[in-house]
Design a protein around this ligand. Sequence first.
Ligand code: ZN
Length: 303
Amino acid sequence: MRLYYCDHYSFPLPAGHKFPVAKYALLRGLLQAHGGFELTPARFAEPAEIERAHDPEYVRAFLDGTVDPRIMRRIGFPWSRELVHRTLASVGGTLAATADALSTGFGGNLAGGTHHAFRAEGSGFCVFNDLAVAVRTAGRRAAVIDLDVHQGDGTAAIFEDDPGVLTVSLHGQNNFPFHKQRSRIDIGLADGTGDAEYLERLGGLFPAIREFSPEILFYQSGVDGLEGDRLGRLRLSMEGLRDRDATVFGWASNLGVPLVVTLGGGYAEPIERTAEAHAQTFRAALRWRGGPQPTTLVGRLTD
Ligand SMILES: [Zn+2]
């Protein structure tokens, strides 16, 4: 199973910054140790590709380092040439994963899921919306299943008037973004929601997704719903997240459509716990696709 990564493009952050930059390399290490994955460096997305979902002026300003400082503050990263490279590779990974999904049925990116980026501005650690760029590039009827604990507000806004895209967001109602956008389907969960209620609400989404008849599914698989996450307010267990992932994989099987899996948020500490939560998503995807069984003790212990 091929997966794309871009953690080798590091970028400078001030000391104590909330962005969990370390989790990406940890995740890649866990999957490398597990075996069965073809870990591939992501290519850079081209500006013309990004402009399929973004304002060309905004794209150019970000690439040039002339983006409005207020927008950079909302994104939450200092601008740097290294950040540009990381951002282009993050979008490029989702584009490559989408091409894989269209040819093999599955594609995965160990980055992306930057769902807070709007057409002409970024926000919340998200510069460009890789999901939106990939949906536009795929050119198919698409459902975006966003299970990050934060609403997929940028994605919702970009596709608000597009009847060919079903945006679905299951998130914490009292969490960022505090001004919610309108997805086609939004479920706002109360603080402290646990596995049983979460999985019931999730399962209840399937009839509407089937009714929409998507030709491809995009899964934003953020793990910040995990209990104890610094920026989440839900109380999902590792097992609950595993059942959540299996639910989405089952939908793709049931519908017989390709699936693209991107990362999303995850801020639990220690950071190894967050990396493990992401890793179990991709290990489950490997089993779901009938790949080789775990050959290492790491995989057997944590599965
Ligand atoms: Zn999040």
